[in-house]
Write a protein that binds this ligand. Structure first.
Ligand SMILES: [Zn+2]
Length: 342
């Protein structure tokens, strides 16, 4: 089969389109024909080698997979050849105390698909059967691949890690990203007023088109003042954050008393300074969110089927153009998701 392989870390674009043997499923795994696979910032971290995980090369990236089952391991009896599925990319053991409680995002033996084992930028991939979720009939492969990781990350943040109340102010960082575009839609459906940030006119226009009431220019260093103005100096109840660095520090200046910041990423920096005095005086919360549970992925796909959540797809590329897709994501001009169709 054809597969994209990453050959080196730290130098952008060291990929090859390789011809390699089909991966074979172990007894508890299935082999999928990959129909679509979304590109994520996680893939850029893999490319850079900037993950606190032991990495091996060559590696086929691609964590956000939708496909069709073409072969079953000997012990797999709950799935059939031909089933249309999405894959929960935070692979989990299914046995630890957290998995048993349905909190696979906390799994003690969690592994990242496309990072710690080969992923979906290939014609075929092998994944554990327990990581599969059935695709609803009305959800096509490209939509599934655009929402399976990014959309379900936002779903986990807003439905599992924090509570969004009707009438609350929610600020969504980098709203034109995969996670951001889903978070805007979910927060609106939960009855919140949404302020989006975006660094370009096109990104802000997308956020408004998704229904955000306001879009603030995050390239203006004084953007938190704009958020305070919109909320009549009160600040927002919730910030959905995935940028990190200076941006999350500035988000505290936008946060109301009793407010919460929920964060699932740190593309702009992993270390921040937190001023504890205003933090505890204003009784604020900083909440971590990682990956998703099976239930979050099922909710995401159900929302997609009912039309409550739409995938924002920047572009669809064939497999051999995956390296160009990486270059465009690095260039930060992408609106929504890039999806690769092998
Ligand atoms: Zn586990």
């Amino acid at each position: 089969m054809k597969a994209i392989q990453l050959l080196a870390h730290g130098v952008p674009g060291r990929f090859r389109l390789a011809e390699i043997p089909d991966p074979q499923p172990a007894s508890d795994e299935v082999q999928l024909q990959v129909r679509a696979c979304g590109l994520n910032h996680l893939d850029l971290w893999l490319e850079k080698g900037e993950l606190p995980i032991k990495l091996q090369l060559p590696r086929t990236p691609g964590s956000e997979i939708a496909g069709e089952i073409i072969a079953l391991g000997a012990d797999v009896d709950e799935w059939r050849v031909g089933d249309r599925v999405a894959v929960q990319s935070n692979l989990f053991c299914g046995r630890c105390e957290f998995c048993v409680a349905g909190e696979e995002s906390l799994c003690l033996e969690g592994k990242l698909l496309g990072i710690e084992r080969d992923g979906g930028f290939a014609e075929r991939v092998v994944v554990p059967a327990r990581s599969l979720v059935k695709l609803p009939q009305k959800v096509d492969f490209v939509t599934a691949a655009a929402l399976t990781l990014a959309g379900s990350t936002a779903m986990h943040m807003l439905m599992n890690r924090v509570e969004v109340h009707s009438g609350h102010w929610v600020l969504v960082s980098a709203a034109a990203s995969g996670v951001g575009s889903a978070a805007v839609q979910i927060a609106l459906k939960l009855g919140a007023y949404v302020i989006a940030t975006g660094s370009t006119e096109a990104k802000r226009a997308l956020a408004l088109q998704l229904g955000a009431q306001y879009a603030v220019d995050s390239s203006n260093p004084n953007w938190p003042a704009e958020v305070r103005k919109i909320t009549a100096k009160r600040g927002v109840d919730l910030v959905v954050e995935h940028v990190g660095g200076q941006i999350i520090e500035q988000c505290f200046n936008c946060l109301a008393r009793g407010g919460t910041i929920v964060t699932c990423g740190a593309t702009a920096g992993r270390e921040i300074t937190l001023h504890l005095w205003p933090f505890f005086v204003k009784q604020q919360r900083l909440v971590g969110s990682y990956g998703r549970n099976r239930q979050d992925l099922m909710n995401t796909l159900a929302w997609a089927e009912s039309g409550r959540l739409r995938a924002v797809v920047d572009s669809v590329s064939p497999l051999d153009q995956t390296p160009d897709a990486f270059a465009r994501l690095r260039g930060r001009s992408v609106l929504g998701k890039i999806v690769v169709q092998p």
